[in-house]
Design a protein around this ligand. Structure first.
Ligand code: AMP
Ligand code: ZN
Length: 472
C-alpha cells in the first residue's frame, strides 16, 4: 500500500517514501505546559495520531518523538514577552517546575482519554539543555550566530533559503506589516531569532543554566531541532504541528537545523488546520477556552470529540459548536451500539474472504491513504454497517480493521454481561436462520426464529444484521 501526504514544503500531495524501510522517524511539536490543553490543541494531536496509525496500518514501524516545551516559549513568537510558564508560576505562586509538571500530567490525561497512542519518546526541553548548547556552538562555528545585548541570535542572512517552508518574501519583510517586525533592537534583521537568552530582562526567570555565553535559557525553536536530531538523527521523515507553527517556529527550526548540518533535515512537513470557535481560532491566550474535562462535565465521552474531529479533514478548518458535537455523539453512540450488538450475537474477528468484504476494506484504505481522508473513511464505516450482503463476522472484522485508524477501541468495548449470548445451540440456530434468509427460504427462517423463541431468545433484525437477546 502506498500513502499520499500533503507536504507543506512542496504544497502538493506526495507519495510517502521513508528514508529507511526499517522505521519511520516522526517528530511532533508537543505542548507548552503552562496551562491546560484546549480542544483546539487536542485537534492537532488527534490528527498526528491518525497519521501515525495510518502508517502503522500500512505496515510501517513508527518512531514517534514528541517534546514537552517547559522552558523558552515566550508570549510573543518574535522573542518578545515573558516566558509563558514563568508567567503562570508567578500568577499562581508555584515554582515553574511545579507548573510544568502539573500541566504535563493534565495533558497526558487528555491524551490517553482520547486514545492517542503515546509517542515512543517524550522529551522535556529542560532535560536537553546540553544538546541545545552543543547545537548552538555548532552554529557558532559555522558563522551563523552573533551575540547582541547579551543574547545569542541566529542570523537569517547567513543562509540562502530562509523562509522556504512559509514561502516568505524576504524582500518585503524589512518593510513588512508591524506585527511581523520584532521590537527587539538587538536584532540585525527583524527575522533573526534568539538561540540563547541571557538578557537581564528575564533575570527573574527561575529556569537558568550556565552556558558559554553566560547564565540563561534557550530560545524556543532550538529545543525541537536539538531533541529531534538526538532521537531521530540529522535527517528524518516527518515533522508535524499546527499551521500556526509554519511562519516562525518551523521556519526557524529548519533554518538552524540545516545550517548546522548542511543537509536537508526533514522530508515531509504536515500541518493541521485550526479548530475555530465563535470568535475565530481557539486560543489559550484568549483566557476562556474549552477543555476535554469541561466536555466531560457536560456529559460527553472523549470519543465523541474524537469522532467530531474525524468528521473534518485535518487540512480544513473545523468550527466547533455543541450542536455539531451532539451530532457526533449520536453517531458515535450508534456505532458503539451496533458493535455491541455484533459482539452480543457472538461475532468473531475473521480473515476477510468474500469479495464484498475485501472491497469495503480496499475502499477504506484508498480513502485513508489519500492524505488521511477521515470524513470519507467514516462514511465507509457507515457503508459497512448498512451493507446487508456482509455477514456479522465480516462486519465486525471490518469495524476492527477500520478502528486501527479511528482508535475508538471497539475491540474492548464492554458488552453488558447479562446480554452476552454464548449458548452454542442458539448461535447455531441464528447462523442457520441468517443463511436461510440469504437463500430467501422464508418458511425455514421463520421456523428457526420460533425454535430460538422456544429456547428463550429473541431475534431482532437491525440495520447491522440480526441480533440475539435473552428474553427477560
Ligand atoms: P501549544 O501547547 O500552545 O504549544 O500548542 C500545541 C499545538 O496546538 C501546536 O501544534 C499548535 O499549533 C496547536 N494549536 C494551537 N491552537 C490551535 C487551534 N485552535 N486548533 C488546532 N490546533 C491548534
Ligand atoms: Zn517544535
Amino acid at each position: 500500500m502506498s500513502v499520499s501526504l500533503y507536504n507543506t514544503m512542496s504544497r502538493s500531495l506526495e507519495e510517502f517514501k521513508p528514508i529507511s524501510k526499517e522505521e519511520v522517524g516522526m517528530y511532533t511539536c508537543g505542548p507548552t505546559v503552562y496551562n491546560y490543553a484546549h480542544i483546539g490543541n487536542l485537534r492537532t494531536f488527534l490528527f498526528e495520531d491518525i497519521l501515525k496509525r495510518t502508517l502503522q496500518h500500512d505496515g510501517y514501524l513508527v518512531k514517534h518523538v514528541m517534546n514537552i516545551t517547559d522552558v523558552g516559549h515566550l508570549s510573543g513568537d518574535g522573542d518578545e514577552g515573558e516566558d509563558k510558564i514563568g508567567k503562570m508560576a508567578h500568577k499562581v505562586g508555584k515554582t515553574v517546575w511545579e507548573v510544568a509538571q502539573f500541566y504535563t500530567d493534565a495533558f497526558f490525561k487528555d491524551y490517553d482519554a482520547l486514545h492517542i497512542i503515546r509517542p515512543e519518546v517524550v522529551c522535556k526541553a529542560t532535560d536537553h539543555i546540553a544538546d541545545m548548547i552543543a547545537l548552538i556552538q555548532r552554529l557558532e562555528v559555522g558563522g551563523h550566530t552573533y551575540v547582541s545585548g547579551g543574547n545569542v541570535y541566529f542570523s537569517i542572512d547567513s543562509i540562502p533559503d530562509y523562509g522556504k517552508l512559509a514561502r516568505l518574501d524576504l524582500s518585503s519583510l524589512r518593510t513588512a506589516v508591524r506585527e511581523d517586525v520584532s521590537s527587539d533592537s538587538n536584532k540585525k534583521n527583524s527575522k533573526d531569532f534568539v538561540l540563547w537568552f541571557t538578557n537581564s530582562k528575564f533575570g527573574d526567570q527561575a529556569m537558568m543554566w550556565d552556558s558559554p555565553w553566560g547564565r540563561g535559557f534557550p530560545g524556543w525553536h532550538i529545543e525541537c531541532s536539538a531533541m529531534s536530531m538526538r532521537y531521530l538523527g540529522e535527517e528524518f521523515d516527518i515533522h508535524c504541528g499546527g499551521i500556526d507553527a509554519i511562519p516562525v517556529h518551523h521556519t526557524n527550526e529548519i533554518a538552524q537545523s540545516e545550517a548546522a548540518t548542511g543537509k536537508k533535515w526533514v522530508n515531509y512537513w504536515l500541518h493541521g488546520e485550526f479548530l475555530l470557535d465563535d470568535t475565530g481560532k481557539m486560543s489559550k491566550s484568549k483566557g476562556e477556552f474549552l477543555t476535554l474535562d469541561l466536555l466531560r462535565k457536560k456529559g460527553y465521552d472523549p470519543m465523541d470529540y474524537r469522532y467530531f474531529c474525524l468528521g473534518g479533514h485535518y487540512r480544513s478548518q473545523l468550527k466547533f459548536s455543541f450542536e455539531s458535537l451532539n451530532t457526533a455523539k449520536t453517531a458515535r453512540s450508534n456505532i458503539f451500539e451496533r458493535c455491541i450488538s455484533l459482539k452480543r450475537e457472538g461475532a468473531q474477528k475473521v480473515v476477510l474472504e468474500s469479495e464484498t468484504a475485501k472491497a469495503h476494506a480496499a475502499t477504506f484504505d484508498e480513502h485513508i491513504d489519500n492524505d488521511l481522508n477521515t470524513p470519507r473513511a467514516l462514511a465507509d464505516l457507515w457503508g459497512v454497517l448498512k451493507d446487508d450482503a456482509l455477514l456479522p463476522d465480516e462486519k465486525y472484522s471490518l469495524l476492527l480493521y477500520f478502528d486501527e485508524i479511528f482508535g475508538f477501541d471497539l475491540e474492548n468495548l464492554a458488552v453488558p454481561k447479562d446480554l452476552v449470548v454464548s449458548d452454542p445451540e442458539a448461535l447455531t440456530l441464528l447462523e442457520k436462520r441468517t443463511q436461510a434468509k440469504e437463500e430467501k427460504n422464508w418458511p425455514l427462517a421463520d421456523s428457526l426464529r420460533l425454535q430460538l423463541d422456544a429456547l428463550g431468545f429473541l431475534v431482532k433484525d437491525t440495520a447491522a444484521g440480526p441480533t440475539l437477546e435473552k428474553k427477560m
